[in-house]
Design a protein around this ligand. Structure first.
Ligand code: GLN
Length: 305
């Protein structure tokens, strides 16, 4: 397996040249465009890494999976999906148009920004500190890593420049989707996006989902089985934004990407995979990371379809 991972990384590193690192905040432009790494966590507890697997990056939209799990555990499916839909999108992850144009006017799904902000507003807690700490502690638990923290510079920049997310959130307040203080909700969202992880962390989170919500290395159930199933389904239909259909056809694995360059994949009853490659394609997904997952899926016959 180690040899295979090294081969897929080296075979695909040249694709990093065809993408661009995220540039909407200065902090993300500092990433090494040619970095590419992978970690696989099997349900038997093996952990195999290759390439730039120790580089830290911000989790960004991959955190949307974690907040969806918590919102579902706090509220159940009926209440959660009365505020946010489960339908895929053909628009960009930060698109505004459907919020007003669709009927009912709730965000399409929890993996786009509007839906993720609505989802985080559903998490129980007295104040934003308490809610964020709940997200951080749950992320640490899923990743088996107490050393996950936020990157303060990224957090500050996200907050300073997040006007588009702000407009999505205020619009949703006006339509009754969000009922809490908008700035507090956004503060949690900006902090969750700024948590710093490695490939290993996200491969472990993918492994917990692959194991139907039971942590493979402690055997502790941390996510109800039905919620793990729902979340993996939404990862298939919506996890790669408006490239989810193509990803399902070519790779066929539940996955979630982030503009920090990470992709978290979860192969049911088999393994979690964490990939990092900060050069992104036009849809905001890791350009070489997708190629790596395509090769791996083919070599190991990982497609669930
Ligand atoms: N922080 C980013 C944003 O809210 C996350 C987006 C992403 O990873 N696609 O715009």
């Amino acid at each position: 397996m180690k040899k295979l991972l090294e081969k897929v990384i080296e075979n695909n590193r040249n694709y990093t040249e065809f993408g661009e690192v995220a540039s909407y905040i200065p902090e993300l432009t500092k990433a090494n465009k040619n970095a590419l790494g992978i970690c696989v966590t099997t349900l038997k507890g093996e952990e195999i890494c290759a390439g730039d697997c120790n580089t830290k990056f911000t989790i960004q939209s991959i955190s949307k999976v974690i907040t969806l799990i918590i919102a579902l555990m706090d509220n159940g499916k009926e209440k959660t999906f009365s505020k946010v839909g489960v339908e895929p999108t053909t628009d960009a992850f930060n698109s505004i148009i459907n919020l007003e144009a669709k009927n009912p006017n709730k965000p399409l799904n929890p993996m786009i920004n509007a839906g993720a902000i609505a989802t985080v507003s559903l998490i129980d807690g007295e104040n934003s500190d308490e809610i964020f700490n709940k997200i951080l502690n749950f992320t640490r638990k899923l990743a088996g890593n107490e050393d996950i923290h936020i990157n303060e510079n990224v957090y500050r920049c996200e907050k300073e420049t997040g006007d588009r997310n702000r407009s999505l959130a205020y619009f949703m307040k006006s339509t009754g989707i969000i009922t809490k203080d908008v700035e507090n909700v956004l503060d949690v969202y900006f902090r969750q996006c700024s948590m710093e992880v490695t490939c290993k962390d996200i491969s472990r989170i993918g492994a917990v989902l692959a194991n139907n919500g039971v942590i493979p290395w402690t055997k502790e159930r941390v996510i109800p089985e039905d919620i793990a199933r729902v979340v993996k389904t939404i990862m298939v239909t919506c996890g790669m934004y408006d490239a989810s259909g193509e990803f399902a056809v070519n790779i066929g694995i539940p996955a979630k990407s982030g503009v920090g360059g990470g992709i978290m994949a979860s192969v049911p009853s088999n393994m979690g995979i964490g990939v990092f490659g900060p050069a992104l394609d036009s849809k905001g997904n890791s350009i070489a990371g997708i190629k790596v997952l395509a090769d791996l899926s083919k070599e190991l016959n990982l497609s669930i379809f």
